[in-house]
Every structure is written in C-alpha cells, then in structure tokens.
Write a protein that binds this ligand. Structure first.
Ligand SMILES: *Cc1c(COP(=O)(O)O)cnc(C)c1O
Length: 465
C-alpha cells in the first residue's frame, strides 16, 4: 500500500515511511492511495474472531508488505494483552437499538490506548529494523499524552516529549503522564491552550533543520497508523451487531476528528455505516460547520470534557481531501484560508453531500451533567462526560433505519474525570486497582512559555543522543 499527502506536494511513501514521518513534508496528512475494501462475504467471515484476530484482518491491507503477517500478528497480540477486559472493547446495550462500546479498558483508561498500544511497538520495530532513533513530540488535551507515554516508555529508540496545556487537563490525566519514572519521558506544561500546544508542535515540524537535528516524529492523531488502528473497533462493533446485514450508526465524542474519521474509513472499506454523529461540547466548531458549511475558528473554552476542548480539528483535512475528490489544490486553498483568516467554506453541494452521512450535536456543561445523571438513572451505567456527550448526540442526531443500530463510543473511564462525575451523579468512581496509588506517586514535569525557541532547547537538552 502506498500513501499520498492531502496537499499533494510530498513524496508518495510506503506504510513504514508514513508511520515514521507522521506529518507529510508539505504540511499535509497521509492517506492511502486507494481504500482497501472487503466484500460482504469477507465481512461475514470476521464474525466470531477475537479482537486481535479481527484487528489483523482489518489492518493487513493498510500495512502491505511493510510487515509480515506474523510480525503484525505478534504486535497486535501484545498490544491487546495490556487491556484489562477479555473482550478488549466490550459492547453494552443501553436501549432497544442502542449500544455503547467501552473503549477505556487500556492502560490509561481512554480510547487512545487502542491506537497507541499498536503504534508504540510498531515504531520500535520499524526503527530498530532501520537502525534509527526518533524524538517524539506530542501535544495533548489530556488523554493522548498518557497513552503515548505508556506506549513509548523505556523504548531504546525513542525519546518522548509531551506538551499539555497547563492547568487545563484533569488531575488524573496529568498524573498519568507525570508519574511515569522513565528516563526517555519528558512532560512539558505549556502556558496556553491545547490549540497553542498544537501550533507549537506544528512550528517544530515546520523547522526542517530542527526536525532533522533531533529526528522529530509525531504520534498525534495525524499519524496514519493511529487512524488505521482505530478502524478496528468500528469493524468489531459492526460485525458483532450484524453487519454487513444490518446498517450501523456511530456516535463519537469528537475533538481532533481522528476517531470519527476512522469510522469513515471503515465505511470506505465496505462496512454499512449510514450515520456518523459528531458530538461536541461548547467548542463546537465541527457542529457549526455541519450546520453552516463554514469552518470558523473561535477561542477555546474550558469544559467538563477537556479532551474535546479543541477548535482546530486536524484530521478533518483528510475528510476534506475525500470530499473534494482528492483534489489537493482545493485542500491547500482551504487550509491557507483557515490559517490566514480562521475560516473556510465548502461549496453547497459538498455541504449537502456531507449531511448525507454526518450530523453534529453539541452539549453545554449543564446538559452534559444532566446527561450523566439520566444515563445512570435509566441504564445503570456510570459514564464520563465525553461518553455522555456521545450518547446524547447519538440519541438526538442518530438515524435509525429499520433494523439499524446506533453505537456510542465510550471514550474514557469515568474515573478519569471523578470530580465531574461525582458532581453530576453523587457517585465518585474509583480508579481500577492497578492505578489505585496514582495520587501517592511523585510527579516529574517542567513548565514552559508558549514559545518555539524555548521548547526547542528543552528538547535538545533532554534527548539521549
Ligand atoms: C481524544 C479524546 C476525544 C476526541 O477524540 P478525537 O479523535 O480527537 O476526535 C474524545 N474523548 C476522549 C475521552 C478523548 O480522550
């Protein structure tokens, strides 16, 4: 499988090179040259497989010749072995046609482990094979950071630096990152928002000299391998709930658009998905875009669902590329307009086409709290704020064709956001036993201003050469 950049000016690369590159050299995002697709018979043949077996079948076409089937099989086996539920992504029924898929059984209690637990060993394998090492710099709104750290800690070929917006992630989220005592792990609290962190990250990548000097690489959701690994659980839910003989809607609490884009990929592969609902908090750039056809950036407001406090959804560029018939000139124009004026619009016909599949729904913090309370009352499930947004968005904006089902993605364990959950429901969710002493562990982090030069120095000083 070969990969092209959404901006059309970067070299066409193989899977291994795309994984190690992260962002494309022209500032674009890599996507497969063509979408692999499974026939209905092939979809049916996935029924009854374990999560790891199904993952192998879903990912193999994207990997191509970069890994042997055996290498990929070993990798996914090891990745899912770190999850603490034998189903990996258990489905729970929460209504007559409504399900919730628990994606929080990995080491850091959020769905990002699904991708990171694959990406970490994948990086290590590809680097070791190439005799190289990398410096991973990531920006996190809360959950990516700990997932990346858990996936990359103590790996010889990797140094990892994670930027988080100071005081804008929950204490559990921060401690999951800062209490890791590994020499190759560096936490940086930036005086700014998550979007500032993302902009800093982009500026590091834009500096070619620095990029080469430290061997910069990314594990943010712009990395293609993360999207690929996330396609797996859409296929998992779909096959378990009767696809391809039953249509599916998914509702996804959304920030960077990486998770929901993986659902789009599953659809491109032939899974009969007829609705993708984008749930947001008051940082509702995507919901507004779906209403108006204009992507209009506003300032970030802190909310009860901090992993979605985002106003620049990087992965949307991949969908834009598809919508424009893979015309990279159109993508470049839109991105340039967004960079200069904080906004771009899509033509009416494309907007209408988009609404055939996507819908958005936004909740205020008050509505989110109310939702957590009602969900507990009606289903017995204690859910985190992000999950609550997904469930309500699915109820409001999900389409249910005759016989179809809606699956809401439960993206975080409630214990990751104990204050918000307790305030809404009166119940303080306990941490799983393997994390029970998190509040007693000591923290390691440095503070930094929102400044590229300072950040570059921190990275230079920290890497093991
Ligand atoms: C990252 C995250 C999201 C948003 O996912 P995207 O792929 O950025 O859209 C939603 N919920 C939780 C708990 C997250 O950690």
């Amino acid at each position: 499988m070969r990969y092209v950049s959404t901006r059309g000016a970067a070299p066409v690369l193989g899977f291994d090179e795309v994984v190690l590159a992260g962002l494309a050299a022209d500032g674009g995002l890599y996507v497969p040259e063509e979408w692999p697709s499974l026939s209905e018979r092939e979809w049916r043949s996935l029924r009854g497989l374990s999560h790891a077996e199904l993952a192998l079948r879903v990912m193999l076409p994207f990997v191509g010749a970069a890994l042997t089937e055996e290498e990929l099989a070993d990798l996914v086996d090891a990745a899912y072995a770190r999850f603490d539920h034998p189903a990996v992504a258990p489905l729970r029924q929460i209504g007559p046609h409504d399900w919730m898929m628990e994606l929080f059984h990995g080491p850091t209690l959020a769905f990002k482990d699904h991708a990171m637990q694959v990406l970490g060993p994948l990086f290590d394998l590809l680097l070791t094979r190439a005799g190289r090492r990398v410096t991973i710099v990531g920006a996190t709104s809360g959950d990516t950071g700990s997932a990346a750290i858990e996936a990359c800690r103590d790996r010889d070929a990797i140094d990892v630096f994670i930027l988080h917006p100071k005081d804008r992630v929950s204490e559990v989220q921060r401690r999951q990152m800062t209490t890791v005592q590994s020499a190759n792990v560096h936490n940086i609290a930036v005086n700014g928002t998550f979007d500032d962190c993302q902009a800093l990250l982009k500026s590091l990548f834009a500096d070619a000299t620095f990029r080469d000097e430290v061997g910069l690489s990314a594990v943010n959701s712009i990395n293609w391998a993360r999207i690929m690994a996330q396609v797996v659980y859409y296929a998992w839910a779909g096959v378990a709930l009767g696809a391809p003989d039953r249509s599916l809607g998914f509702s996804v609490p959304t920030g960077n658009f990486g998770n929901v884009f993986a659902g789009y990929v599953a659809r491109q592969m032939g899974l009969p998905i007829d609705r993708l609902v984008v749930g947001s908090n008051r940082n509702d750039i995507l919901s507004r875009f779906l209403e108006t056809g204009t992507m209009q950036q506003e300032t970030v407001i802190p909310t009860l669902s901090p992993s979605m406090d985002i106003q620049v959804s990087s992965n949307f560029e991949r969908l834009l590329f598809e919508m424009h018939g893979r015309d990279s000139i159109e993508v470049r124009a839109a991105m340039e307009s967004f960079r200069q004026s904080g906004s771009y619009s899509v033509p009416d016909d494309l907007h209408q086409e988009l609404l055939g599949l996507f819908r958005g729904h936004r909740l205020t913090d008050e509505e989110t709290s109310e939702a957590m309370r009602i969900i507990l009352e009606t289903t017995g499930e204690l859910v985190d704020p992000h999950t609550a947004i997904g469930i309500v968005a699915g109820q409001v904006a999900g389409r249910r064709d005759e016989g179809g089902v809606t699956v809401s993605l439960a993206t975080a364990h409630p214990a990751k956001f104990p204050d918000a959950v307790e305030k809404a429901t009166g119940i303080r969710p306990p941490l799983p036993s393997r994390l029970a002493d998190l509040y007693q562990r000591s923290e390691r982090l440095v503070e930094a201003p929102n400044d590229t030069r300072v950040l570059q120095q921190i990275v230079r000083d920290g890497i093991r050469r």
